[in-house]
Design a protein. Structure first.
Length: 186
């Protein structure tokens, strides 16, 4: 196919946009510090598109519906590009449910990866491999993970220096990702 490299580049660009829009949604949902350089960069990059989308979809409390919708739209355009390039028939209902599944799956994946990275960083600090954990990335990871880990921390008793809440949260998020989302949307 002559246009295949172009389709791959367009799909990659749209998926990167989708990730950035969903990161913006997460940052606003967890009320992350927007003075953090990483948060600030995401806001500056996504703001031009989201200003337009916000005219139709305002935020609800701390949920930025515009960025969630922009993620959904970017995923839809990425897959539509592929379907049109292949000349496939488009079943709109299947496409919409699949894109919603992809968006929610990416949302859960962001939290899973953030927890895994936070665990790895805590080990590196604990064993003295890196010193201190006050970088902008670590602060942002803590802000992303804390609202997800907080319910498990309230339920589980403390086990000395060991925090079991990430393990419980990872299992719950994994069950949501592998069982609940496909069962509801696919």
């Amino acid at each position: 196919m002559m246009f295949e490299p172009i389709v791959i580049v367009v799909r990659l660009a749209l998926r990167i946009f989708a990730f950035l829009f969903l990161m913006r949604f997460v940052l606003q949902a967890v009320r992350a510090d927007f003075y953090n350089p990483i948060s600030s960069a995401i806001v500056r990059f996504t703001d031009p598109v989201l200003r337009v989308v916000r005219k139709a979809l305002p935020a609800y409390r701390n949920l930025d519906l515009a960025s969630f919708s922009a993620t959904f739209i970017a995923y839809t355009f990425a897959d539509l590009t592929n379907l049109i390039a292949r000349g496939a028939n488009i079943d709109w209902w299947t496409l919409i449910t699949y894109e919603l599944h992809q968006t929610l799956d990416l949302l859960v994946s962001i939290f899973l990866f953030a927890i895994f990275i936070l665990i790895a960083l805590s080990w590196l600090v604990q064993f003295g491999i890196i010193h201190g954990s006050r970088s902008p990335a670590t602060t942002l990871l803590n802000q992303i993970c804390d609202p997800v880990l907080r319910p498990a921390r309230k339920l589980l008793p403390t086990a000395g220096m060991i925090d079991l809440s990430p393990m419980v949260t990872i299992v719950i998020l994994w069950l949501i990702q592998r069982w609940l989302l496909p069962g509801l949307l696919l």
